[in-house]
Design a protein around this ligand. Structure first.
Ligand code: GUN
Length: 313
């Protein structure tokens, strides 16, 4: 593989490269700094007699991955002094019941953020549930008003979706230069691909969004100064897809079989880490890259919700 990568590198401009492995962007450390700042701000609020920020999590059904995500989010809240209110509904819950819970949380002054864990069980209308969340408590940033503002020039959503915000924070921390950079986003999901593309556009990148119908993906990726992979396909981005020195953000979390592990599996990203680290300038690992940032941004958004409520009275 190294020979193949050397061949790829030799075809790139400029023609002389010093072979160096990418610098890892350590999401655990960067997220810990964000969490520490949030914890400090929560303590300052309490000392000033302001209410403790509160996050309501809504888990519908028994998707095991969603259960783990919600548990981790609530644990992270406790660690920074944010109160969390966990609501669980059975997978048989009706649309009316889910929306009634959201309405109750919209009216609850202890709640500054509402997170309805996705995906919802089949039969529930996700769009209608997300529309029902108050835009002032929409800490996921998925309400069409917040997404609409994110998609427009000169508008500021109150909340930016957590994973995309985390990707930008990682790039900033690593010193990425955005203005005029070619940014390629693999994936066009509402949760990651689309909003991260908008954020990169706001930072004056030239953004290409790729998807399952995109022709010659490797060639487009090779042009990327910033590459964000959010497709959910294990190790899809190969070493020879990457421009030497590029910033590569791997959003994927995929379980693949691994007989050497006790569990019989391991987690990998959408990026073939061992290959790409030989070419990229900066790279996020999986786990320990984007994952911890998503939760840190959720905490930051919940604090923002509480601060907004202070102003709104
Ligand atoms: N499911 C996967 N990612 C997310 C997220 O960021 N927020 C919510 N609510 N559900 C998710």
């Amino acid at each position: 593989m190294v020979a193949k990568l050397r061949e790829h590198l030799s075809t790139c401009q400029p023609t002389v490269y010093i072979f160096m492995t990418a610098q890892l962007i350590d999401g655990n450390t960067i997220a810990a700094k964000v969490r520490a700042r949030v914890a400090e701000a929560v303590q300052a609020r309490l000392a000033a007699g302001k209410p403790r920020p509160g996050l309501a999590t809504v888990l519908v059904g028994d998707n095991p991955a969603s259960q783990v995500y919600v548990r981790n989010k609530r644990k992270a809240c406790a660690e920074v002094g944010i109160e969390s209110f966990g609501y669980e509904l059975p997978k048989t819950a009706t649309q009316v019941e889910v929306e009634a819970l959201v309405a109750q949380l919209n009216a609850d002054p202890r709640v500054h953020g509402i997170l309805v864990q996705l995906p919802l069980p089949e039969g529930l209308n996700e769009e209608r549930v997300l529309n029902a969340i108050s835009i002032y408590k929409d800490v996921d940033g998925f309400h069409p008003v917040n997404i609409g503002k994110l998609s427009m020039k000169g508008r500021e959503p109150l909340f930016v979706p957590c994973t995309p915000a985390g990707c930008l924070a990682l790039l900033e921390d690593a010193g990425a230069r955005f203005k005029g950079a070619n940014a390629v986003v693999l994936g066009r999901s509402n949760i990651v691909g689309l909003p991260v593309a908008m954020l990169l556009l706001h930072r004056d990148c030239t953004v290409t969004i790729c998807h399952s119908r995109t022709k010659d993906l490797p060639a487009i990726c090779r042009n990327a100064d910033i590459l964000v992979a959010a497709v959910g396909r294990a190790e899809m981005v190969r070493g020879d897809w990457v421009k030497p020195g590029a910033y590569v953000i791997d959003v994927g979390i995929n379980k693949i079989p691994d007989a050497t592990k006790k569990s019989g599996s391991r987690l990998v990203g959408d990026v073939a880490f061992d290959e790409v680290k030989e070419v990229a300038g900066y790279l996020t690992p999986v786990p320990g890259g984007v994952g911890p940032m998503t939760i840190a941004m959720l905490l930051q958004n919940t604090l923002r919700g509480a601060e907004h409520a202070d102003c709104a009275g």
